[in-house]
Every structure is written in C-alpha cells, then in structure tokens.
Design a protein around this ligand. Structure first.
Ligand SMILES: Cc1cc2ncn([C@H]3O[C@H](COP(=O)(O)O)[C@@H](O)[C@H]3O)c2cc1C
Ligand SMILES: O=C(O)c1cccnc1
Length: 352
C-alpha cells in the first residue's frame, strides 16, 4: 500500500454552473442577497454538482471508530470501553447520529478501525481493525507508518463507497474515547499553538482535568519534537493522531478527488480536515463546515481553515452529529433556489 494517491489533485469545481446559479439567484422574487448564506450554499452546491439547480437527497455518513492509547493518561471523563460500546449503540440505532441519520434518510456506516475490545459482527458495522487502538502518544508515536497508511486508505475506501452509491454529500463522524486529546495535540503541532490555549473539556472534564490534559499534550509535543519545527503533516498525524482521525483525513481527501462535497462536523473532524488540507491543499474547495462546537480549540482550527460554519448550537458530541443537524439547512437552500419564482414568472417588479 502506498500514499501516492494523497497528493493527486482534487476535482475541479464547475464555474459555469456557479455563474448560472448566481444569475438565477438575482432573478428570484426577493431583494438581492436577502436569503443571506442560504444563497451562498445553493450557489456552492451548484458549483459542486455542475448544475444550476442543485438537489440534496442522498447523504452518506461514515463514522470512524478507534481507541487511543493516550486514554491511560486519564484525559477523558469516560472509560475506554465506551468506544466499543458506542459502536454497538450506533448499529442498534440508539446513538444521536443514528437518530439523525434515520431522520435524514441517510446511509450510515460505522468503520471500526481499532477498538481495544473486538465488537461482534453487527449490521452496518465494518470490522477493519488495524490494531487494538493506537499506542499512547504521550510515550511513543501513536501509529507505525504502515498503520497510518492503512487508516488513510480505509478513509479513502469509505469515500469511494459513498461515490459509488451516488451520494451527493459526504459526512464524516468519529468515535474514540480520548480523541480530543489526540486532536488537540495535532492542532497544536500543525498551528504552533500552546496546548493550554487549545485543550478543552472533551466529554466534560473540569478545569483541573483540562489543565492535566494540556500538560499531557505539552509533554507529548516535546517528546515528539514537533514544537516550532516543520514536519510533514502526515508524519505529525502518525505521531499524534488516531486511526479514526487518519480515516477521516483520508476520506476527505478522496471525497474531494472524487468531486463529492464534504460537510465537516465538530472539533475532531475539523482537525482531520486541517490535516487533509495540509496534506493536499486542493481538498479545501470541497468542504463546508457545519458548526462551531463548544470545544475550546475549535474556533482556532476553523480560523486556520478560513471556515465560517453555519451553526453555533453549543454542541460538543462529535459522531458527525453537528453536520447531520446542518443538512436540512442545505436542503432548504436547494429547495428555495429551485422552487422560488423569478420576477418575470411572478410578474413582480424588479428593483429601480
Ligand atoms: C457516551 C459517549 C458518546 C459519545 N459520542 C461521541 N463522543 C465524543 O467524545 C469523545 C471525545 O471526548 P474525550 O476526548 O473527552 O474522550 C469521542 O468519542 C467523541 O466522539 C462520545 C463520548 C461519550 C462518553
Ligand atoms: O466538537 C467535537 O467534535 C467534540 C467535542 C467534544 C467531545 N467530542 C467531540
């Protein structure tokens, strides 16, 4: 398995369709710009889909699950066993993302890249375990080269499945106890930030817990020698990442290469998006950001990506849940764009 595909250029946007959609927006019976960012979304979807009147019906959700060795440092409020337990909950329909996927009529798949305990075969769950979790990044690189390559490839495979199923939108989600520690470490290394600025509460740590988490990350950054030096994003991912974060990054790059638009979820997903864009900058053009989560470092990561998320609901769950909540807005943007009458059709006078 090689990594050459990561650098291949992403699909080109359809500028003629964007222009046609913009022209249609000007004709609709409303003051120009009055639907605000809903107009931008419709125009962006037009440029992605290559049609003047985009639609959004087929949503694909891939949740990548994996455990983190760094959980043993006491950086999460919850025990590691929850990762595998939630994989079962996703499959049985009881998790937040399960409920949202049902409501959206979305395809939902769970890709188990490495829970510490194996999960029995379940419908909708792919067993692609690379190892029983990553190694503890506070002591040693989280992944070997081969493991990192495999996780990126697993993400690519998910994007390919979505494309083959004719999906119109790719939503990535993650599950992995302690993964806000891994994501914060990655963000610090990629952005040159201090862990005390970026580390957040995750599942709900108190101030002392967040401070301990930041100390663990700070020590890891020193250990891995990633402070203030330029190291390739993929190598930073290998040392500090998780299988599910690498899976998301690989999925985002491949989706962009396939011309499949991406709706990015919360903090962990946004860090995966940052990794993806650092590996392949042309992937950025295929991403829309759903929400600003309550996790402390999310805004900083979004700024680095020049992203203006659609929602701010105080969510801090992950699983792709914030992205799923934003999907109806995208659908309404399409419905308005296609369904409204033009000034000519409605016999409404245009502006002076
Ligand atoms: C029951 C439960 C369901 C979740 N679903 C997503 N997460 C979220 O919380 C975890 C990250 O927080 P930390 O770094 O503090 O462990 C990830 O699994 C993330 O997806 C969950 C966490 C729990 C406990
Ligand atoms: O924003 C997120 O993705 C997030 C925040 C806290 C815990 N889990 C996920």
């Amino acid at each position: 398995m090689d990594n050459d595909w990561l650098q291949q250029p992403c699909a080109v946007l359809h500028e003629a369709a964007r222009s046609a959609a913009l022209a249609r927006q000007e004709q609709l019976t409303k003051p120009p710009g009055a639907l605000g960012r809903l107009e931008d979304i419709a125009v962006q979807l037009a440029a992605w889909q290559g049609v003047a009147q985009p639609t959004l019906q087929r949503i694909h959700i891939s949740i990548f699950a994996a455990d983190h060795g760094v959980a043993e440092e006491g950086v999460s409020l919850f025990p590691q066993a929850v990762t595998a337990e939630m994989v079962r909950n996703f499959a049985r329909g009881g998790a937040a993302i399960s409920v949202l996927a049902r409501q959206l009529n979305a395809d939902l798949e769970v890709i188990n890249l490495g829970t510490v305990t194996a999960v029995e075969p379940l419908p909708g769950v792919r067993d692609e375990r690379i190892a029983a979790g990553t190694a503890n990044l506070a002591r040693t690189p989280a992944m070997t080269q081969a493991q990192c390559t495999e996780a990126l490839q697993a993400g690519r495979n998910a994007a390919v499945r979505a494309k083959h199923a004719d999906a119109q939108l790719f939503v990535g989600g993650e599950m992995g106890i302690a993964n806000t520690t891994s994501a914060s470490a990655l963000a610090c290394a990629l952005l040159g930030e201090s862990p005390h600025n970026l580390a957040g509460r995750g599942t709900g740590l108190d101030a002392a817990g967040v401070s301990h988490k930041a100390d663990v990350i700070a020590a890891a950054l020193v250990l891995h020698g990633v402070e203030g030096v330029r190291i390739e994003a993929q190598e930073i991912l290998r040392r500090l990442g998780g299988f599910e974060i690498a899976g998301l990054a690989g999925a985002y790059i491949a989706a962009a290469q396939l011309g499949l638009p991406i709706l990015v979820d919360g903090f962990i997903s946004s860090v995966a998006a940052l990794v993806a864009v650092r590996i392949n900058p042309s992937a950025r053009a295929w991403m829309l950001f759903a929400h600003t989560s309550a996790e402390a470092g999310h805004q900083r990561v979004l700024s680095a990506l020049d992203a203006q998320p659609l929602l701010q609901l105080g969510m801090r769950l992950g699983e792709g849940s914030g992205a799923a909540v934003a999907v109806p807005l995208l659908q309404l943007a399409c419905t308005l764009h296609s369904g409204m009458a033009t000034f000519a059709e409605a016999g409404v006078s245009e502006q002076h």
